[in-house]
Ligand binder design. Sequence first.
Ligand code: EPZ
Length: 415
Amino acid sequence: MDRILITGGQPLSGTIQISGAKNAALPLMTCGLLTDDRLTLTNVAKLADLATMAELLAQHGLDIFRDGRTLSLGGRITNTEAPYDIVRKMRASILVLGPLLARTREARVSLPGGCAIGTRPVDLHLKGLEAMGAVIKLDGGYIDATAPTGLHGANIVFPFVSVGATENLLMAAALATGVTTLKNAAREPEISDLAACLIAMGAKIEGAGTDSITIEGVKTLHGAQHDILPDRIETGTYACAAAITGGRIFLQNARIETLGAVITSLAEAGIEITEQDNGFWVNRKNGLHGIDVTTEPFPGFPTDMQAQFMALMSVAEGASMVTETIFENRFMHVPELNRMGARINAVGASAIIRGVPHLSGAPVMATDLRASVSLVLAGLAAKGETTISRVYHLDRGYESVEQKLAACGAKIERI
Ligand code: EPZ
């Protein structure tokens, strides 16, 4: 079982290349099910989650090959079942449901089950597909879905924002008969990126990136080439790495407009952000002040940045409050950060952080993807050595994390 060893205390400086977004690549790969033509995706990061998605799509019948950062998907659907042993490894597998139903009028997809951060039901996905004419039964832990007369357009209003449900229904609606409207849709940049790819494949979509999306179904979609947008959460994570170590880093290829409230929160905490060419500088020139953040759907402060920002706030001057409104159990990094000397008190959906002068290295354990990277950030700033176990969580969403940080002066290695 890999572990990561960090000797903290070095201010980071240099350039970090931002990779293609994991949470865009996952739905974009399922678009390969929407056509028998070849779909080519570029700027595809090398991540464990994307390998799992490729394994899932291959067992549906697609032929997939990767050449560096280019992924090419083609071939016909030969199997409409998504098995538990793959789905349980990666919840985003649920995103094959809409495309399978839209193309073959049937799908048998294992219920993803919960994960460390919450129960993560998929009721909005299922209700939306039923509104489009799907007949769905839950049987033995599987979703048994059919669309005997094909999917038809529907007017869907989400009771709350769901990224995955918006993506599943966007893809299903692209091939449904008639017009579908998605109200209270997710506005994340990954949705806009998915819509751009679907439009390149011949879909008719208006309003992606707003909370109201209209899709006019077409009969077939054709192949396309699509360049995946840079990962905004990786960007925000390394911005916090510069901030927590008192360093100065250039985030190459980062798109500042996809970071929403992360930029305003970092600036409010005293971090200097300077745009330049195809990226931006993050520089901690003066102090770091405690500020309050509440996670919200885009363009609010992203839940996927909550753990990283909490690590940063643990060494800020003064107190801060972090409130998590998206997931019900996303504070598992708190006890681990406290073992490193942080003073965090989590009560319900909020955590009070009282800044300390410095953290101290310690053996800690990763529990989920973003919690594990918050421990890396804490280790970079802490005095002494930190060893992080269960780093397979990290590899799901961060490409070459040791190499990118070591290139900026961090003392970090995998043992
Ligand atoms: C996506 O998950 C991301 N994953 C998550 O990133 C991210 O945290 C989340 O969106 C919110 O931004 C991918 O894109 C692969 P949701 P998703 O549907 O789509 C509840 C990471 O670290 N809900 O927006 O599953 C749900 O339980 C991962 O990269 C229902 O109740 O998130 C959650 O509390 C973690 N019923 C809230 O809504 C549903 O049918 C938001 O979930 C769907 C969701």
